[in-house]
Design a protein around this ligand. Structure first.
Ligand code: SF4
Ligand code: SF4
Length: 357
């Protein structure tokens, strides 16, 4: 008999069912309805009649081992020994007895964490890795999150927005970038500076040339050594050449800025998913509190809260009032940077006399 084939070594996510609260496992896919009894708490009722209260706890995002121990101990002591992380690094505890909800909330708040982030609140800002884990960031996306959430804490704890608000941040322009109702993304404003002494030893030149989306990089001999050169007129300062070729340094304390985009929406619940659009460019990338970017985000949220109808997401609100009105109410300047004039953008550029509807 032929030997069994060797099974592949799985290195992906472990099976999530083993970590689920038993009541969740028992009723998986069998939910009758859910309610939102108070900010930060969801109640799910199963066809079997079982009820599940989920309490959402906001964290500081980058978690140290002491905070993790505190959070897991709260799970052991007050939530049947189960907890899970959401994709925005919140912690959710699940209990099957309503009497356990308030003591759980008291324990969370007593340990200095916050409860909220459900329904029409400002959810925890999601971020990319930043300086802690990645090798190409131009800002510390996780630091931007902490600084902004400190100022938006009441909007996380309450549910006073017209609809849910998802905010994202991203620390480079090209990779795991943010797309949300409001996104705070890195914006490079100058072409890369090349350290020609290092290129030959560090970079695989053909792959760097191939990486450029606008064909602005060419092989070149500099001081008798093989190197690269950039046609700065073509360069769109995207930073895509920096990861495969670190001697093409594009991060800069002065010229790496933040840009703020709005109206991105993955959901197709009430309309089609939408791409975000740029509303503020050249915002100072100003650690450790990023006050300029935070002020713009707060201004947009204030006008959205005041002007949107119930259930309108930010993109729905802007679609209804129009972009001129958006810039008017938010007081954000409309500049040349808002016009898509890249020559490759023929499909989206309104450059002809044709009228399109
Ligand atoms: S957004 Fe860019 S810099 Fe930030 S973690 Fe992702 S790849 Fe790295
Ligand atoms: S920054 Fe982007 S556009 Fe400019 S040279 Fe590098 S890859 Fe090309």
């Amino acid at each position: 008999m032929a030997q069994d084939m060797r099974h592949p070594i799985e290195s992906g996510c472990p099976d999530g069912f083993q970590y689920m609260h038993p009541a969740m496992r028992r009723n998986y896919g069998q939910w009758k309805y859910h309610e939102h009894p108070r900010p930060g708490v969801l109640l799910h009722v199963a066809n079997s009649g079982e009820k599940l209260w989920t309490v959402k706890c906001g964290t500081q995002r980058i978690l140290d081992v002491f905070s993790l121990r505190t959070l897991t101990k709260i799970g052991d002591d007050f939530a049947d020994g189960y907890m899970r992380f959401t994709i925005r690094s919140n912690v959710e505890y699940v209990v099957t007895d309503e009497a356990k909800v308030q003591p759980l909330i008291d324990a969370i708040e007593g340990a200095g964490f916050i409860v909220g982030g459900t329904a029409n609140s400002v959810a925890m800002i999601s971020h990319t890795q930043g300086w802690l884990h990645c090798d190409i960031p131009g800002t510390d996306a996780s630091g931007v999150v902490k600084a902004m959430m400190d100022e938006l804490i009441d909007e996380f704890k309450g549910h006073n927005m017209p609809n849910r608000v998802h905010i994202t941040t991203s620390c480079c322009q090209i990779n795991c970038g943010g797309q949300g109702d409001i996104a705070i993304n890195v914006q490079h404003t100058k072409p890369p500076k090349i350290n020609h002494d290092l290129v030959a030893n560090v970079c695989e030149r053909p792959s760097v040339v191939a990486r450029c989306p606008v064909a602005a990089i060419r092989p070149a001999m500099v001081n008798g050594k093989p190197s690269l050169e950039v046609d700065e007129k073509k360069c769109i300062c995207c930073g895509a050449c920096f990861p495969p070729c670190p001697p093409m340094q594009i991060n800069d304390a002065e010229d790496t800025k933040l840009a703020i985009w709005v109206g991105g929406n993955h959901s197709n619940a009430r309309g089609k998913p939408t791409f975000q659009k740029l509303v503020a460019a050249g915002v100072p990338n100003n650690p450790p509190r990023w006050p300029e970017a935070t002020a713009i985000v707060k201004r947009i949220l204030k006008e959205y809260k005041a002007g949107a109808k119930d259930w309108e997401r930010i993109n729905d609100w802007i679609d209804r009032i129009g972009w001129p009105r958006f810039f008017e109410v938010t007081g954000l300047p409309f500049t040349k940077y808002h016009i898509d004039n890249w020559t490759g953008a023929r499909a989206s550029l309104n450059a002809s006399t044709h009228i399109r509807f």
